[in-house]
Ligand binder design. Structure first.
Ligand SMILES: [Zn+2]
Length: 286
């Protein structure tokens, strides 16, 4: 699997000279499996430049296929969807996995942002591509299913007043976990979520805040870098990838948070864990 970051911000895009190095787009990751299948994790504004790139490939000819995995439906995870160029091309086939008790409930949520009050597109039915919606039950006894030869598992994390799905993608012996927008209770993640993270080669984790900023914004349901370091050590992952930065953090602030996260990992006994601060354009090979 190769994972390429197209958007690493939380909440709202943060363009400008002070965020150029890490990038200002909201959450979006392109995952390429060994067989060449295309997975996209979350559809923040990073999906817009990703869509442009895909249009040069099969998606531009109406022969594209992709599986989209949504963690939840906050703006920064779906706002790129109506601007993702492959959705307008007849022949393209997109399967959207996301939280919801039913596919019609998931469809209703995605249709919400197409409402004429918010968008000139009116409805997903105006899009040219074939779009299938699959609701993912993050509470199921067995949360796993197969997708293009990859074992996908999903579990719900608390996220303020709502919940967000964390995903584990396993191909062969390699495992990548995506856990953004996670506001754990004081005891940390649930046993089911701990099992989802366990031993992952790569854990892409919510690092929205510094511990100080997180302390007075707990109700928003995000993780601090200290929360991320703690779960990475507990889950014995090989690599922790910082992700979903607060929109007000400049590149220089993020450099400082990455250094601090390294120290937090070392202090917790996680000195063997490799640390990467995600930025737009970065590709990780598993
Ligand atoms: Zn978010």
């Amino acid at each position: 699997m190769d994972a390429t970051f197209w958007g690493v911000r939380g909440s709202v895009p943060a363009p400008g000279p002070e965020t150029n190095r890490y990038g200002g787009n909201t959450s979006c990751i392109e995952l390429r499996t060994q067989t060449g299948a295309l997975f996209i994790i979350d559809m923040g504004t990073g999906a817009i430049p990703l869509g442009r790139k895909l249009m040069i490939e099969a998606c531009g000819k109406g022969a594209g296929e992709a599986s989209l995995f949504l963690s939840h439906a906050h703006w920064d995870h779906i706002q790129g969807f109506p601007f993702f160029a492959p959705v307008f091309v007849p022949g393209n086939k997109l399967t959207v996995y996301g939280p919801g008790r039913s596919s019609s409930m998931l469809e209703g949520i995605l249709e919400g942002q197409m409402n004429p009050h918010f968008s000139p597109l009116h409805t997903m039915r105006n899009l040219g591509a074939t779009i299938d919606l699959v609701a993912v039950n993050g509470m199921a006894k067995d949360p796993s299913f197969d997708c293009a030869g990859v074992r996908v598992s999903a579990r719900l994390n608390p996220h303020g007043a709502t919940q967000a799905l964390a995903y584990r993608f396993e191909e062969g012996q390699r495992a990548l976990v995506y856990a953004s927008d996670a506001g754990y209770p004081s005891g940390g993640p649930s046993d089911e979520v701990r099992a989802l993270y366990h031993g992952a080669d790569v854990l892409i984790h919510d690092c929205t805040y510094s511990p100080e900023d997180c302390a007075h914004r707990r109700a928003r349901g995000f993780s601090s870098i200290a929360d991320a370091a703690r779960v990475a050590v507990d889950a014995r992952v090989k690599k922790l990838v910082m992700f979903h930065y607060d929109q007000d953090y400049t590149d220089d602030i993020l450099d400082g948070l990455a250094e601090r996260t390294r120290r937090l990992l070392d202090d917790l006994g996680g000195d063997a864990i490799e640390l990467v601060a995600a930025r737009e354009g970065l590709t990780l090979q598993l």
